[in-house]
Design a protein around this ligand. Structure first.
Ligand code: SF4
Length: 639
């Protein structure tokens, strides 16, 4: 039985486990990327592991998210990332060089290699034939340190593309069609592999638009073959020697197949407030538009921008529309400047932003109250654009540009402009905004401004664990309750001591002060404790406050994993009625903890009430080792 492309790359990188879908497997990571929003924490974690030099083939640190410098915090983060990268063998892509995924595709991506990135849109790299996966900062730090990356062996979905796209129907419409079919939950535990004769009609940046937005399916990643199209792209990037042919075997087997005839596709868009809320553009044409944003890691390639400039050339943006354009990389911006396309955009009335995430992550360009904003981006949940009452529509650059001129949502197939653009034989190559790592990192001083604080580390698990019940919370406490995230707190992502002052304050304002006064203790939670985002900070701030265990009726899966990563015991009540017998400040105590944890059952004495609670602790072999070591970083250090 032949292998599909996903299985081939996994097989080449397999370190542990069997390739049976649903099994846990460990794979070797060749490359990593970080962006500034998650990068500070990843590098603090790398430093905490005491690893001198990264062990990957190539690691790159990008600055693209928080480029507004209204206070010292972001600038401090950038300086820290630059110096820590220089010291530890990591390439540094300076602010202005572009969005991580766009630049990585252009200058670093290698077919057949694995890429782990601390950003959910890392699967963009699948456009060049990489197995590119988004992960938390700690996983990326571990991979930089040479550690294995563990995933569940995915199922593989074959999306078979046949035929050709018609003019003004785009790669964005392909991924919107896949989202319509599969929905935002349909990709969980799966890799989406694109096959069929339609694949060879798509350029690498078009393929990358599709793999980028595969993240919205919830998929592990998405991938295209590496073929002559990939070869030409790498040649034009002066990286010819890195090409190799990669494709599925002719008798490869897939878990599911979806067929899409490109000839039949029409321009599509995702309506507010979900990327799978897909509709034909023609069906809602005429909607008045206030803002149009073109760019982001989904749609900011040279080809995208050239098509936009051709549509805008010699015309004027509608007076009721604010059109902003952010080319995805310095390479793209430079080429547009050199060939006059940038001048055409400016002449038409577009506002040009620097090459970065900008409005996609809500850094500037918040639309007006109740505005209609058309975006070539990948996400449109309520409030992401910065204005909760605005409605964000996700669509192709072509639809965006045509609508910016008309002042209303317009089917681009009504446009008569010739927008035929061919891939250049040679891209403009100038890597002077990429700082290579130092030859000798030992001489590099890492600069830590006042906002960069060391990463909190736990200790080896002790045989006696005791402390007060410092807070008792209800069911369904989210990671947002545990570690609130808002514009005021965002700049402090590398300052755990500061963030700790806000831990669980939506439930009890006194909790951080109580935890500090008692030198730590325990949290008592209800059902589904820690639901919501995968935010690592929701485990790191309790660790900083000295939390040794969380006793809950049940845990949300990812938060439980994050607690284990931090060496905090996640205990569940064998009898949930015990929860009701605990009061604030009760003295809780555990003995023979190491043996009990190994057995999966642990007795917690409530000294204040003279009661014993039977608690469960469910850990895999690997998680048990982490808990005993006092968290993942200590575990890696011990290796
Ligand atoms: Fe994330 Fe948007 Fe930046 Fe892409 S452009 S990396 S989606 S913030």
């Amino acid at each position: 039985m032949g292998l599909n492309l996903t299985q081939k790359i996994i097989k080449d990188h397999l370190l542990e486990g069997e390739m049976i879908s649903g099994n846990e497997i460990g794979i070797k990571i060749d490359q990593t990327l970080t962006q500034d929003s998650t990068g500070t924490m990843a590098y603090l974690q790398l430093e905490a592991m005491e690893i001198d030099k990264v062990k990957t083939k190539r690691s790159v640190a990008y600055i693209d998210h928080n480029m507004l410098q209204q206070g010292f915090e972001n600038a401090d983060d950038h300086k820290y990332i630059q110096t820590v990268a220089h010291k530890h063998g990591v390439y540094f892509s300076r602010p202005g060089n572009g969005i991580c995924h766009q630049v990585h595709l252009e200058r670093f991506g290698v077919p057949g290699e694995t890429l782990l990135g601390s950003d959910s849109h890392t699967p963009t790299g699948g456009g060049i034939g990489m197995l590119a996966i988004g992960a938390g900062g700690l996983d990326v730090a571990v991979a930089m340190g040479g550690g294995t990356y563990y995933i569940t062996m995915p199922k593989v979905v074959n999306v078979k593309l046949t035929g050709n796209l018609r003019p003004f129907v785009t790669a964005k419409d392909i991924i919107l069609e896949v989202l319509r079919i599969m929905t935002v939950k349909g990709g969980v535990g799966k890799v989406i592999e694109y096959t069929g004769d339609g694949v060879s009609t798509l350029s690498v940046p078009e393929r990358a638009t599709i793999t980028n937005m595969g993240a919205e399916l919830g998929a592990t990643t998405s991938i295209f073959q590496s073929d002559e199209v990939t070869h030409s792209f790498l040649k034009a990037q002066d990286r010819d020697e890195l090409w190799k042919e990669l494709k599925a075997d002719s008798d490869a087997v897939y878990d599911e197949t979806i067929n899409i005839d490109l000839n039949e596709l029409e321009p599509l868009l995702a309506m507010p407030h979900s990327p799978d809320n897909v509709e034909k553009v023609a069906n809602i044409a005429g909607l008045k538009v206030d803002q149009v944003c073109i760019g982001s890691c989904t749609n900011s390639s040279y080809l995208d921008m050239m098509k936009v400039s051709k549509i805008l050339k010699g015309k004027t943006v509608n007076p009721n529309v604010s059109l902003v354009i952010a080319p995805g990389s310095k390479q793209v911006l430079n080429m547009l400047a050199q060939n006059g396309a940038l001048a055409d955009m400016i002449a038409a009335g577009a506002r040009i932003l620097e090459s970065g995430c900008g409005p996609c992550i809500g850094m500037g360009q918040a639309p007006a109250t109740e505005a209609v904003t058309l975006r070539t981006f990948n996400r449109n949940f309520k409030g992401r654009c910065g204005t909760v009452s605005a409605g964000a529509y996700l669509l192709s650059p072509e639809t965006a540009a045509v609508s910016a001129l008309a002042g209303e949502l317009t089917d681009p197939m009504t446009c008569t402009t010739d927008i035929d653009v061919t891939m250049p034989d040679k891209f403009y190559i100038n890597d002077n905004m990429v700082v290579p790592p130092a030859e000798d990192g030992s001489k590099v001083e890492v600069v830590k401004g006042p906002n960069i604080k060391p990463f909190p580390l736990n200790e080896e698990l002790k045989d006696n664990v005791e402390g007060k019940a410092l807070i008792i919370v209800e069911d369904n406490i989210t990671t947002d309750h545990i570690m609130p995230s808002n514009a005021k707190l965002l700049p402090f992502r590398s300052n755990i001591p500061h963030l700790a002052n806000y831990c669980l304050t939506p439930c009890d304002e006194e909790f951080p002060a109580r935890a500090k006064a008692n030198g730590g203790g325990m949290i008592v939670g209800g059902d589904n404790y820690g639901q919501g985002s995968s935010r690592e900070h929701a485990a790191l701030v309790p660790l900083y406050l000295g939390i040794k265990a969380v006793l809950a009726k049940s845990f949300a899966r990812i938060h439980k994993a994050n607690l284990i990563n931090s060496g905090i015991l996640p205990l569940t009540f064998a009898d949930i009625n015990d929860y009701d017998t605990i009061s604030l400040n009760d003295e809780l105590k555990m003995e023979n903890v190491i043996d009990q944890v190994k057995s999966g059952k642990i007795i917690v004495h409530n000294e204040s009430k003279k009661l014993d609670y039977e608690m469960n602790i469910e850990l895999s072999d690997k998680e048990l080792k982490m808990i005993l070591a006092g968290g993942k970083i200590n575990f890696i250090k011990n290796m």
